[in-house]
Design a protein around this ligand. Structure first.
Ligand code: F6R
Length: 624
């Protein structure tokens, strides 16, 4: 939710460096556009003060504006791409905001300042003028005002953060400190990129991956003062912070490019075989499962009597899938709860509860709040996360990273598969630690998991049939998805994909629930996807789902059936059969979701929609 970028280069760098700050910031904003695309803007410092160029709409509008507006030489630049919260997506509400009565400061903000109304009143009474409806402009004026009193941007920022309530990452530049950017963060993301004679700031490493792969995590309630050749960190009390973690980013700029595909989503779907292989890489040695990032004592894990998975959206669907496996292997009750619901009831959680927080971004505010709430009740938290250095794994007791590379498309695909795979590893690890499974059983399951990337590739290679189907169904108004057992969350995830990128009404149901209401939705021609379990597994479940297909077909439904190779029983009841390779029941969700992802992606493309940046959405939801 909102992307921010900062660049600090040498003062008076000369003609070649003249355009670099703006170029770097624009490039970073383009890579962060998935975080929000309601407006975009940049600010530099010129002879008089802060110079801001900003436009409503996507970054392309800002780029056009910059072609006709000369920007003077500046050592620093900051930029912002917005997902609107306070105030509509207009030019005025776009960031950066100018601060102070002389317009010497520019500031960008990610997050929500909850007490902005009260602060705005104070500033209005002092004669400060406002040009936007945002909460952020308050911070711009406050920092400028504090600068007038202290003459130091870092000190000014420190004074202001103590006045703010809510979540924020702030970046500020000031005319009187022409080589400096000061940034502060509380509950919103910020990472430093370390260059040679230049330094960077970004909401995530994608912002500067084109220029450096050396990154530095910035902790909660920290302030960074950045110049071309220095990075100083203090906490909100002014104490120096010397233990900020430095790390090398594992992927390079090509991973964040479309690489010939129509959309990032199409590319990320096709990367899923590799993604799962990467999540599995290096986890098992001598037949024993190793999870390096697990820092929770094994004795504590042995005492656990309940697991609660907290997550939102697709990550929550991943949790619903793995519940079946973890309960089956570890014999521990597993609850899966939407993080925003968990946080605001009175959940029974204590030191015997293991909370598993699943989040691709590691920044989802609802999930972060659930993590904190669980920890307050004494629970241990394991984060299942894709983004290194993000807040949720930093605050958790242990972290298991997906290693699937950057996911740029707003609709999650490869991270979903990575999340499920990582949770399987966690489940097997718990079963190993607690002695629920014998070593040879764990080794067998690991062996089966190792076969999955090859099977994913097989599914991906056969997807032309689904693309064809999607193009034929371009005018569809509503699609239903049915499944039982692990097929049920798969159905929900298939429906979510279609809703969010193709704007088609879609619902995922437990097939057994059909007769209790949803079957009333079925009439002539209603498309219904059905995820059929393996006939080799629990036979009764297979036959029950086959009955469900017949029930909807009898009422005129168009039946689109995802079934295992060799399951010929479904043929007579299906208008279309989409095949997936045979695989153990609990691992089948890693295969059966793929046709549904491809279907949504192709249908949205055929409708001419922006697949990667669907309306009203943002990749990481950093507000509650
Ligand atoms: C849907 C989607 C979202 C996210 C959800 C949680 O395709 O991407 O539903 O899954 O917003 O995001 P993370 O995993 O970053 O916490």
């Amino acid at each position: 939710m909102c992307g921010i970028v900062g660049y600090a280069g040498p003062i008076g760098g000369g003609a070649k460096e003249h355009s670099r700050p703006i170029e770097v910031v624009l490039e970073g904003l383009t890579r962060l556009e998935y975080r929000g695309y309601d407006s975009a803007g940049v600010a530099v410092l010129d002879g008089e003060g802060a110079h801001v160029v900003k436009r409503a709409g996507k970054i392309v509008n800002l780029k056009e504006a910059l072609e006709s507006e000369a920007v003077s030489e500046s050592a620093v630049a900051i930029g912002h791409t917005r997902w609107a919260t306070h105030g509509g997506p207009t030019n005025e509400n776009a960031h950066p905001h100018i601060g102070g009565k002389q317009g010497k400061l520019a500031l960008v903000h990610n997050g929500i300042i909850e007490n902005f109304a009260h602060l705005k009143e104070l500033l209005l009474a002092e004669g400060y003028e406002f040009h936007s409806q945002t909460d952020s402009e308050v911070a711009a004026h406050l920092v400028a005002r504090a600068y007038d009193a202290t003459g130091n941007l870092t000190t000014a920022m420190r004074e202001v953060v103590s006045m703010l309530e809510g979540a924020f990452t702030l970046l500020a530049i000031h005319h009187d400190e022409p080589g400096t950017i000061v940034a502060a963060r509380r509950n919103s993301p910020l990472v430093v990129g370390l260059g040679e004679g230049e330094n960077f700031l970004g909401s995530d490493v994608a912002a500067f991956i084109n220029y450096t792969s050396r990154a530095m995590e910035i902790g909660q309630d920290n302030i960074v003062t950045l110049t071309a050749d220095s990075v100083d960190v203090i906490d909100f009390d002014g104490n120096p912070v010397t233990d900020s973690k430095r790390y090398e980013v594992e992927w390079d700029a090509t991973a964040a490019q479309k690489g010939g595909y129509d959309s990032f989503m199409a590319k990320e779907i096709m990367e899923q075989s590799q993604a799962v292989a990467d999540t599995l890489l290096g986890r098992s040695e001598d037949g024993k499962l190793q999870l390096d990032e697990m820092r929770i004592d094994e004795a504590v894990l042995r005492r656990i009597d309940k697991i609660v998975v907290v997550a939102c959206g697709t990550a929550a669907n991943a949790g619903e899938v793995v519940k079946y496996a973890i309960e089956h292997w570890c014999r521990i009750p597993v609850e899966v709860e939407l993080a925003h619901e968990f946080r605001y009831r009175d959940p029974v959680v204590n030191e015997k509860t293991l909370v598993v927080a699943i989040s691709q971004s590691g920044e989802t505010m609802d999930t972060l709040m659930a993590v904190r709430h669980a920890q307050e009740q004494g629970a241990k938290v394991v984060a299942i996360c894709n983004t290194r250095g993000s807040t949720i794994p930093r605050e958790s007791d242990a972290a298991l990273y997906l290693h699937v590379g950057p996911e740029i498309a707003v609709a999650s695909t490869k991270a979903y598969l990575g999340q499920i795979t990582a949770c399987y590893l966690l489940g097997l690890y718990l079963a190993q630690v607690r002695g629920n499974l014998f070593p040879d059983e764990i080794a067998q399951k690991m062996h089966e998991l190792q076969q999955i990337p090859g099977k994913i590739q097989q599914v991906l290679d056969g997807m032309d049939q689904v693309r064809d189907l999607a193009r034929r169904m371009v005018d569809t108004q509503s699609v239903l998805f049915l499944g039982r057992h692990v097929g049920y969350p798969t159905a929900m995830e298939g429906a979510l994909k279609l809703k969010e990128i193709a704007y088609i009404h879609a619902e995922g149901f437990a097939a057994g629930e059909l007769k209790h209401g949803p079957i009333a939705l079925v009439d002539e021609g209603q498309p219904v996807f059905v995820v059929v379990p393996s006939p080799r597994g629990r036979h009764s479940l297979h036959s029950k789902v086959v009955s469900n297909i017949q029930e909807v077909r009898a009422r005129g439904a168009l039946t689109l059936v995802i079934a295992e190779e060799g399951d010929n029983e479904v043929n007579q009841f299906a208008d279309e059969v989409i095949r997936i390779p045979q695989t153990p029941v609990l691992f089948a969700p890693l295969l059966s979701i793929i046709p549904l992802q491809v279907f949504a992606c192709e249908l949205a493309t055929a409708k001419g929609l922006d697949v990667d940046q669907p309306r009203n959405l943002a990749k990481s939801v950093t507000v509650e």
